[in-house]
Design a binder for this molecule. Structure first.
Ligand code: PGA
Length: 257
């Protein structure tokens, strides 16, 4: 597994104009970095169509932040996999902790969305993470194993080849988040890798495991060097193009990727 996945979810921040301007700059940066860095961006739904036009001729992957599992129906305010497939997105982010926390998204619902995405050849990027209570109660691994097992229920090995997992401890995300120690991340990623192998045997070794949660200029290199970290899922530190560029260029220089 040589590719390193580096990407950002813009959450509810950039407008269409801001997203388009950012993507144009990122497109020129992407031409200067090696193909072993698999870049991806996850804009708001409103910006997907114009941004798709900008990423079509590039290696950059385009993702959406959420979707329903049904193809169509009476679900006001939702967007379906059929609609996203029409735009031509590559990835769908599922189960971000903000969706779980503010919109009551459950592992069972995420599992339905994973199947729906695969049905349309959209790669699910499934986010899991323990909250502070669970960490303090020393049930991080139990929590993560349960999230993984329910989110991935019913997937064959063939289907598992198409998924990505992002480990994002809830206590490390956002303005109030505390960056995790690299040793903690290493231990959890090792555990997640063995759980994936338990579920999918040899295919479990190939599923990209990304890390996210207050990844920034100070810590990204340390995380990226860990054995079972195959990518970084970056929020705030990648929303400013100069900051993101610095991370990408430093990665290239330091890792020789
Ligand atoms: P952050 O966001 O890097 O701003 O903590 C990470 C995420 O929510 O994916």
């Amino acid at each position: 597994m040589n590719k390193i996945w580096i990407g950002t979810n813009w959450k509810m921040t950039k407008t269409i104009a801001e997203g388009v301007a950012f993507t144009k700059e990122l497109r020129s940066i992407s031409e200067a970095i090696p193909s072993s860095i698999q870049l991806f961006i996850i804009p708001s739904h409103t910006a997907l169509v114009p941004i798709k036009e900008l990423t079509t001729e590039t290696d950059m992957y385009l993702g959406a932040q959420n979707m329903h599992w049904e193809d169509s129906g009476a679900y006001t305010g939702e967007i379906s996999p059929r609609m996203l497939a029409e735009i031509g997105i590559d990835l769908i982010e599922l189960g971000h902790s903000e969706r779980r926390q503010y919109f009551n998204e459950t592992d069972v619902a995420i599992n339905k969305k994973v199947h729906a995405a695969l049905n349309y050849s959209i790669k699910p990027l499934i986010c899991i993470g323990e909250n502070l209570d669970q960490k303090e109660q020393l049930i991080s691994k139990e929590t993560l194993a349960a999230q993984l097992k329910v989110c991935l229920q019913g997937l064959s090995k063939e289907m598992a080849k198409e998924i990505l997992i992002a480990y994002e401890p809830v206590w490390a995300i956002g303005d109030q988040g505390v960056p995790a120690d690299a040793a903690y991340v290493a231990d959890i990623h090792h555990f997640l890798r063995s759980t994936l192998v338990e579920l999918f045997e040899e295919v479990g070794l190939t599923i990209p495991l990304l890390y996210g949660g207050s990844v920034n200029q100070e810590n990204f290199l340390e995380y990226s060097k860990l054995e079972n970290v195959n990518g970084l899922f970056i929020g705030r530190a990648a929303w400013d193009i100069e900051s993101f560029q610095k991370i990408l260029y430093t990665l290239e220089a330091k890792l020789g990727v």
